[in-house]
Design a protein around this ligand. Structure first.
Ligand code: SF4
Length: 263
């Protein structure tokens, strides 16, 4: 969100000369992968992209699922949905689990080579009691009549999200299985009446992750932050096209506008 006073943000900026570790969240790393230029504008220069409204209904589903899985965690039993989908695991018990699920803490790893503290908050972890393997679990809420598939373009970010969590947890010494699970809650909008309730069907979708790219992404994000100038924009970003067009309309005589090199 842009600062209300219209100035650049002065806090939480990456300073190439600072010896202090710098926190880099999973979502900021994802921003870097989407566009190094906006990432640099935000983390290095303090110009944040406009905020988006919170997905409060999704958050409500997340909170209720957490409460429900915690019930089975205390009982050391699998949730019926895990049995229904053939997942041989129970909710994981670990003294740091609450911290790992907390948004502004999360799982943390100090990457010494870059002095970045990479963070990410997981929704849940399950464990296979016989092997000790831990599974990363991510809750998702949607409403679709079609089949839920992880192959859609925008869901590639969900896979990267899972793989960053797997990387972070392995760096914290956990024996993380390559398979993670998405618990997908799909709201039924075909009911004749709302009657003050949404009804969901729940699906557990396994995904085999590969975190082999994460370390390289952290190194590249760091190189980007250390650089003296703005990197290139991502191609085909509709916001940049909007910015370019707006600028050229508002400044028809500007030299940059004439050259078509505005940002
Ligand atoms: S292409 Fe432009 S607007 Fe889009 S993310 Fe990058 S710098 Fe931001």
């Amino acid at each position: 969100m842009l600062p209300k006073n219209g100035y650049q943000r002065k806090r939480n900026l990456f300073d190439p000369k600072s010896p202090q570790p710098f926190r880099l969240s999973r979502s900021r790393l994802e921003n870097f992968l989407g566009c190094p230029r906006c990432f640099y504008l935000d983390r290095r220069l303090g110009v944040e992209p406009p905020g988006i409204p919170a997905f409060t209904l999704n958050s409500a589903v997340d909170a209720l699922l957490k409460t429900e899985f915690d019930l089975y965690r205390r009982q050391k039993k699998p949730h019926p949905i895990m049995e229904q989908f053939g997942v041989k695991a129970i909710p994981f018990i670990h003294p740091q689990l609450d911290e790992w699920r907390e948004n502004f803490k999360g799982v943390q790893f100090h990457h010494r080579e870059t002095n970045l503290i990479v963070t990410g908050a997981v929704d849940d972890l399950w464990v296979d009691p016989s092997s000790g393997d831990v599974f990363v679990v991510d809750y998702k809420a949607t409403s679709t009549e079609g089949r839920i598939s992880l192959d859609q373009e925008y869901r590639q970010a969900y896979k990267r999200q899972m793989e960053i969590y797997q990387w972070l947890l392995r760096k914290n010494g956990l024996n993380v299985n390559a398979v993670g699970y998405f618990v997908y809650c799909n709201a039924d909008k075909s009911k004749p009446l709302f009657s003050s309730k949404l009804e969901f069907s729940i699906e557990v979708i396994p995904y085999e992750g590969n975190d082999g790219w994460v370390e390289d992404a952290v190194l590249r994000a760091h190189r980007c932050l250390m650089g003296p100038r703005l990197p290139e924009s991502a191609e085909n970003c509709e916001y940049c096209q909007y910015r370019r067009l707006s600028f050229s309309m508002e400044n028809p005589r500007s030299e940059a506008s004439a050259q078509g090199e505005l940002f």
